[in-house]
Ligand binder design. Sequence first.
Ligand code: SAM
Length: 233
Amino acid sequence: MIKFNVITLFPQIFEESLKNLPFKKAFEEKIAEYKLINLRDFSVNKYGSVDDKTYGGGVGMVLMIEPIFKALTTIYKEDVMKKYIQDPTKKNLPKGHRIVVLSPRGSIYNQEKVRELSKCTQVTLICGRYEGIDARVEDYISTDVISIGNYILSGGEIPALAIMESVTRILPGVLEKEEASKIESFSLGNNNQVEYPQYTKPENFEGLQVPNVLLSGNHKEIKKWRKEQSKKK
Ligand code: SAM
């Protein structure tokens, strides 16, 4: 069982997506569970503030460390978190637990990381907004800083969903046809390569023909063709 905790200012972004596959099955069958934590509930004042201006000057607002720390105390005891942030090795988090900050500064997410996270028992995802998150969260709180690509989104919610979905779909028992996830693009069964192109009916659409080899019934030739075609566009 893996548990996802998500710290976000926009929990509603997750609610609809998490009702669908692969999450639906994973949650129903208790292969995974999740908790959405609204950062606004941990604001530092009566005005609901969770962000402030950046030190050193610059445009935009930055999410403060204090509400994020307080949100984390709904997962870990406060004294445990206080000790944890003082420990430069970050080793006193329970085994199998990760705290992930979503940031364009992070390491680029890939299927190897998906496999690594799928072996965890608890993954907490911290979603940034505005100009980002106070860097002390990356430095002293997170175990991982992940980017989903070299482009900028407005928040960490879509990256967090991408992580949750990619991890959930490879958990044993989640996919109807589990074999599919073992040989699809970037899987170990596919040597981390992309999958071959696939076609379905009709054989000919407005002159656009399905490659003859796939209709030949010659499995050796089909296998050879698919291997040759397993490459990126
Ligand atoms: N000022 C930041 C910069 O220039 O790198 C961009 C902040 S972005 C507008 C706000 C938040 O969206 C980030 O804190 C992060 O959580 C999320 N985000 C945006 N792009 C992302 C990406 N490619 N991967 C992961 N998170 C991303």
